[in-house]
Ligand binder design. Sequence first.
Ligand SMILES: *Cc1c(COP(=O)(O)O)cnc(C)c1O
Length: 402
Amino acid sequence: MTNANLLNISSKYGSPVYVYDSEKIISQYKRLTKAFKNVENLRLHYAVKALSNLSVLKLFNNLGSGLDTVSIQEVKLGIKAGVDPSKIIYTPNGVSLEELEEAIGLGVQINIDNLVILEQFGTNHPDVPVCIRINPHVMAGGNTNISVGHIDSKFGISIHQMPHVLRIVENTKMHINGVHMHTGSDILDIDVFLHAAEILFEVAENFKDLEFLDFGSGFKVPYHDNDIQTDIDELGKKLSKRFNDFCKSYGRDLTLAFEPGKFLVSEAGFFLVKVNVVKQTTSTVFAQVDSGFNHLIRPMLYGAQHDIINVSHPNRKKRFYSVVGYICETDTFANNKMISEISEGDILAFKNAGAYCQTMASNYNSRFRPAEVLWYKGEAHLIRERETFEDLIKNQKMVEFS
Ligand SMILES: *Cc1c(COP(=O)(O)O)cnc(C)c1O
C-alpha cells in the first residue's frame, strides 16, 4: 500500500482508523505454506485473537486456512464467517466443562490443557476425540507476558504429568487425536523450537490414534528495517524433515499444524491517527494524536516499539518526537522517535498494527473504537464502522432513583 492509499482512506473514513492490506496477509500465508511444502498434510489455523474481524476470517477461509480459537465467542465468529467447524481448533485456558460442551455441540476440535478438565471430559464424553496441550517447559520469547511455555506458566499440561494423563486416558477410554504445544510469541532461536518439537514427538509416541501434531505459533515478525525475525524457510526445512521421519516411525501420515496470528497479520496492518497538537516542552517535542492506549495498547502493555511514519509529509527532514495520545493517563506510543517533520493535522501511520491492536481496543475515556478498512485488490472496503454514541450507552440501564 502506498502513502497516498493510506491518506485517501483516512480522508474518506476519518481518523483514527485501522487499515489491513490483504495482499500482505495472503503473501505471508503463502510464505509459510511454501516453507513446509515437503510436508504432505499441512494445516494452518489462523489465531483469531490477533485480529478477529469477520471479513479477515472469511479471507483466511478462502485461502484454505483453519482457525485457532480461545473462546466460545471466537468459535462462533469463525462459524459465522463461513469456516467449517471441523477446521476450527478450540484451545481455551481455564474454562468450564460447560463451555467445552458448548464447543462439542458446535462440532469443533477440542484442545484440553489441564488434568481436571481432561478427567471430567473423558468421563462424560469418551467418544469425542480431543487434543491435549502439553507444556514442554521450553522458554521462548523475550517478554514474560507473551512467553507461555516456561515452568511457571499457567498454560498446558506439564510433560512431567504424562503418567497421570495416560492413566486418565486408560481409565476413561477417551480418544486422543492430537498433541499440541504453544510456547509463546517471538521465537528467535530455531534450535530452541526444534528442541521443544522433540519433546512433542516424545509425548506423541504414547498415543496410538493421532491424526495431527500442532506446533502452535510464536513466529517473530520484523518491526523495523533490519530487524531479526524467525527464519521460516530454515524452520520449514528442518522441522519438515524431522516431522516426516517421525511419521515414518509412527507408521502413519499425520497432519502438521501451526496456528500463527502475528506472523499472518501483524505487518499487514496500519493504524492511522491525526496529529492534533505539536507541543514543545522544555525537554522534548510532543506530537499528540487523536488516539491513545484505548486503541493501541501494545506500547504500554508490552513495551512494543511500532514504527511510525508521517504519511502526510514523508519526505521532510527528520526530527525527534515523543508521540503520545489524548487520553487522561500516560499513553506514550514512542519516545525519541525520528519522524519526518510533523505539522498539526498530519496523518501518522503506526506499522505492524494488524495483530493485537483492534482486538485489544477499549472504550476507556468513553472514546469510540475506530473503524476498520480492508484493502483488497486495490480498493478500500469498510469492514467495521466507527462506534457511535449509541454504542456507548446501548447496554446501560439508568436507575430510577427515588
Ligand atoms: C495467541 C495464540 C496463538 C498465536 O500466537 P502468535 O504469536 O500471534 O502467532 C497461537 N496459539 C495459541 C494457543 C494462542 O493462544
